[in-house]
Design a protein around this ligand. Structure first.
Ligand code: F6R
Length: 234
């Protein structure tokens, strides 16, 4: 795994942006995108650049089940606010958390991913090592699926909601199998909260108990992390 440590989130994000820019100059078509706090600086770099995304496709990792896209905590809303409203893509896919039949929506999303092979997948990482909303114990070979969020993830996300009980308990997430099919993976992690997860991802055994540890088996992964997130690496 290629681990790059930076003095701060802004520098790490800028370096990740350069990788995406370079890949776009080489003709990539599809970006896999993440939400959460980790990619925000990178999205700012993208929106303030002169890059044109209007020929590109984006495929997001996940969405809460049951939140209206107009709800400001939905991942649809987040992506519009941080990226799509400022830099429209030719087409942007985010899983449908409001589908009446979530199983069918998951199958439909897998077909979308097959039709749009992901050139670069952007990832954050949860404190428990989750990627997308693939919580510990998720099989490494799965596709898009409905997920019951763990208490650790609900607690981490509670900061974005007025009340803890407002945090959705379910999400729909791209599977680890699909993430691993991406040609390249960029993982962003910042702050000491992520230090244990980063150590387990990079130096621990490859185990479903730490979903991100599967990335050790991918041949083109770059971690852009700050010194705090790197603090426990040996
Ligand atoms: C978001 C996602 C999650 C986050 C992770 C880290 O689309 O898939 O895996 O990347 O929970 O979240 P932040 O960046 O807020 O620490």
């Amino acid at each position: 795994m290629d681990v790059r440590v930076f003095d701060g989130k802004a520098a790490a994000s800028k370096a990740a942006f350069e990788v995406i820019k370079d890949a776009m100059n080489h003709g990539i078509q599809t970006l896999g995108l993440a939400t959460g706090s980790s990619p925000v600086d990178l999205y700012d770099d993208m929106t303030s650049s002169d890059l044109d995304f209007s020929h590109m496709t984006s495929v997001n990792l996940d969405e809460y089940v049951g939140l209206d896209p107009k709800n400001d905590q939905s991942y649809h809303y987040f992506m519009n606010q941080h990226l799509f409203s400022k830099k429209p893509f030719k087409q942007s896919f985010v899983p449908d958390g409001q589908a009446a039949d979530i199983e069918q929506a998951a199958k439909d999303y897998d077909r979308i991913i097959e039709e749009h092979p992901i050139d670069i997948q952007l990832l954050g990482i949860g404190r428990n090592g989750h990627i997308g909303f693939n919580e510990p114990g998720t099989p490494f070979d799965g596709g898009t699926h409905k997920v019951a969020l763990t208490q650790s993830t609900i607690d981490a996300n509670a900061r974005f909601f007025e009340h803890e009980e407002d945090v959705p308990r379910y999400a729909i997430s791209m599977g680890i199998g699909s993430i691993m099919k991406s040609k390249q993976i960029i993982l962003l992690a910042f702050g000491e909260d992520k230090a244990d997860a980063i150590k387990a991802t990079v130096e621990g055994p490859v185990t479903e108990d730490v979903p991100a540890s599967v990335l050790q088996k991918h041949n083109n992964v770059i971690l852009f992390i700050d010194e705090e997130a790197a603090a426990r690496l040996s």
